[in-house]
Design a protein around this ligand. Structure first.
Ligand code: CP
Length: 317
């Protein structure tokens, strides 16, 4: 595997899920694979889970791991081709990525969207340029449009927990938030669920429909109660508007996931990628109750990352 930026970089999703589950049972079986290999994790935005789980995944595979908060510790990065760099940017991505590629065998990078210009964000300019200039395999640690390591961990969690003997219904529901949040987790989850053996229903208020390229094939409902009916899994996430790009259009009253809403489902397991705003997106009663899978998802982040890194290491050797 030369890059991991979306589900489209995965030849066989089921095999990758099986690999992650195998690694969960045998985390240290491949220590030799990463011996004398270096993983560089580059962050342009904050992180708890992605940073620590991917670091742990690399270490489980015997890799040396370097982490850099490039936004705070690095030089201000220029990404425009042909830029006259007489302003605030100090280093062009051409040199920065190439140099990091010389120090590392695999690089992970996190870069959130600015939520100002939809075309610019959805072009994934920074991630694509990084891949072009780094000259080593690159794994997305969350980009402007997707969060593929989170989505793989989510699919692993659903695979572990899904009820036997019936078609699994998964509902992705929009939730309220206090600020504008990217669409990437929701986009990515929708894209991955369409590759899985589940029925996907997406529910959000009017004005919050995700881009067709991610939701094509799923049912989209603007009535949350109708969508939640008979759900086996409810994935809770806020996102800002794609249509009125980056805007918050409503305070979302009545959209928070509560036990009352849970009663509409098939005693659904409730998921969230974290961090979560308690009693805004999800109620305490759900997060602290028996239906919450948020810790299971976070645990599986390590083995999702380990499965991807293992494939990349195998392509190096
Ligand atoms: N879910 C997730 O990506 O968490 P972090 O932002 O803390 O890495």
């Amino acid at each position: 595997m030369k890059k991991y930026t979306s589900v489209h970089d995965v030849a066989d999703v089921n095999e990758l899920v099986k690999e992650a589950l195998h690694l969960k049972e045998n985390p240290y079986n491949y220590k030799k694979l990463g011996e004398n290999k270096t993983l560089g994790l580059i962050f342009l935005n904050p992180s708890l889970r992605t940073r620590l789980s991917t670091q742990k995944a690399g270490q489980n595979l015997g890799m040396n791991v370097m982490v850099m908060n490039l936004d705070k510790e690095g030089w201000a990065l220029e990404t425009q081709d042909g830029a006259i760099m007489n302003g605030t940017t100090v280093e062009h991505i051409k040199e920065a990525a190439a140099v990091m590629g010389e120090y590392c065998n695999i690089i992970g990078i996190r870069s959130f969207p600015k939520l100002q210009d939809r075309e610019e964000d959805y072009s994934e300019d920074l991630l694509n340029k990084f891949i072009s200039y780094a000259n080593v395999p690159v794994v997305s640690l969350e980009s402007a449009t997707r969060h593929p390591l989170q989505s793989l961990a989510d699919l692993v969690t659903i695979t572990e927990q899904k009820p036997a003997g019936k078609r699994t219904k998964v509902v992705l529901t929009w939730a309220p938030h206090v600020k504008a949040i990217p669409q990437c987790v929701a986009n990515s989850f929708a894209e991955w669920m369409q590759q899985a053996d589940v029925e996907l229903v997406i529910t959000n208020p009017e004005g919050y429909d995700l881009a067709d390229e991610f939701t094509k094939g799923a049912t989209v409902l603007h009535n949350q109660d109708e969508a939640l009916k008979d759900a086996d899994f409810v994935y809770v996430k806020n996102w800002s508007s794609y249509e009125q790009y980056g805007k918050v259009l409503t305070d979302g009253e009545g959209w928070m996931m509560t036990n009352e809403k849970l009663a509409l489902t098939n005693n659904a397991k409730v998921m969230h990628c974290l961090p979560v705003r308690r009693n805004v997106e999800l109620s305490d009663e759900i997060l602290d109750g028996p239906n919450s899978l948020v810790l299971e998802q976070a645990i599986n982040r390590t083995f999702a990352a380990q499965a991807v890194l293992k494939r990349m290491l195998e392509s190096l050797n």
